[in-house]
Write a new protein. Structure first.
Length: 402
């Protein structure tokens, strides 16, 4: 019987690189007397206690493998990759399998990538991590419990509902024409979808997976974001150079804000005070005060900015510049660009990991994902196993395979 998430796992590797050793794993936050099964280096054990011991093989005494507990894979977290140079009572922390979901616009599928080791995911049966969805998938949103991924399909006018437990699409929801941006309310009860071709926003109940409201907005709505308190949705209208503000209580537009030319994405600071809107044609980012619903600053960035995301601490904004193969980093304290990072060709989507350590950038033209270290503002690795035309990118929460 699986036990509830989240829980944590820690281990101690004993011995040296030349001496056979044993590894002890301890689980925390477990309910009492619940059996848990650990698979480690091909060995399998079950216990109801809080810890268990594995004896390492002679030639792998200094290697720490990923650990699978009740079907959830945990990866070792330490600086030396998969190996430890010397292991005297070395404590190793393990985290649950965390993942990124990437919509592949030309391949009509989504990829799941583990951002703990930057590899293409497999499902629990060892099958591919690619999931077929509708035609020309664009926006991606993941529920807070990690059980479902919602993918907007621009070519088929639908939203695919993907189960993360078995890596399959189990429902398709009809919405407006050419849906793009998608966001889920903080309470997880509703999802808002921007319909580019219908000048509308569809509101979907996540409990019934059905449309419960349709809201008229500006021309060609593309991106949207919901305030942290869940009270408002900000919708970028690419064709009318404006942002519509929707009250989620009434599902009606309560304000319209003029911004730059061809606004595409919206991101809202964690404190809910500001919305950052990237203007694709103006090559700028508009900063909106959510208190007054007015533009308080305009920031020049790279060519054709197409996506925007804010660090969890609210200090920086990362902007994907589609036309200049770069990411602009904006300081929210000064509202100025403090760094420009070269990435792949036509960066289309960007997301920051919840711990704020890395930004992942989907490069549409060369089908790669650039991984940026937030501390150094430099690309530290490039993932090349993605299918054609990666478009949007988002992350699942801790333990999302539970």
């Amino acid at each position: 019987q699986p036990f509830p998430c989240p829980y944590s796992l820690s281990g101690t590797a004993k011995g040296t690189s030349t001496t056979p050793a044993y590894n002890t794993f301890t689980a925390y936050n477990l309910p009492g007397n619940v059996p848990w099964t650990v698979v480690y280096a091909g060995m399998n054990q079950t216990t109801s206690a809080s810890s268990m011991t594995f004896v390492s093989l002679p030639n792998s005494a200094w290697q720490i493998y990923p650990v699978t507990v009740n079907g959830v894979t945990y990866y070792p977290i330490y600086a030396a990759g998969n190996n430890i140079s010397a292991g005297y009572n070395l404590e190793v922390d393990f985290i649950p399998m965390r993942n990124l979901w990437v919509s592949n616009n030309a391949a009509n599928n989504v990829s799941m990538i583990y951002y703990s080791n930057n590899t293409l995911a497999k499902n629990s049966s060892g099958g591919t991590g690619l999931v077929a969805v509708g035609i020309q998938p664009q926006g991606v949103a993941v529920t807070s419990n990690g059980q479902y991924v919602y993918v907007t399909n621009g070519g088929s006018g639908t939203v695919s509902v993907v189960s993360t437990s078995n890596h399959s699409t189990f429902k398709s929801i009809s919405v407006g024409t050419n849906p793009g941006g998608v966001a889920i309310t903080p309470n997880g009860q509703y999802m808002y979808v921007a319909n580019y071709g219908s000048a509308s926003v569809s509101v979907i109940s996540t409990s019934s997976n059905s449309v419960v409201s349709t809201i008229s907005v500006g021309t060609n709505p593309q991106g949207l974001a919901i305030t942290p308190n869940g009270l408002y949705a900000y919708v970028a209208n690419q064709g009318s150079a404006s942002v519509s503000v929707i009250s989620t209580a009434t599902n009606s537009v309560v304000s319209t804000i003029a911004v730059g030319s061809a606004p595409v994405p919206v991101a809202i600071t964690p404190n809910g005070l500001y919305a950052y809107v990237a203007n694709y044609v103006s090559n700028t980012v508009s900063v909106i005060s959510t208190a007054t619903n007015s533009v308080v600053s305009t920031i020049p960035v790279g060519t054709t900015p197409i996506d925007v995301v804010i660090t969890p601490n609210g200090q920086y904004v990362y902007v994907a510049n589609y036309g200049s193969a770069s990411v602009s980093v904006i300081s929210t304290s000064s509202n100025s660009v403090v760094s420009t990072i070269p990435v792949g060709t036509n960066p289309n989507g960007v997301v920051i990991t919840p711990n704020g350590l890395y930004a992942y950038v989907a490069n549409r033209a060369n089908a790669t994902i650039s991984v940026i270290s937030i501390s150094s503002n430099s690309v530290v690795t490039t993932i090349t196993s993605t299918p054609s035309h990666p478009c949007d990118i988002n992350y699942g929460p801790s333990g999302s395979m539970c």
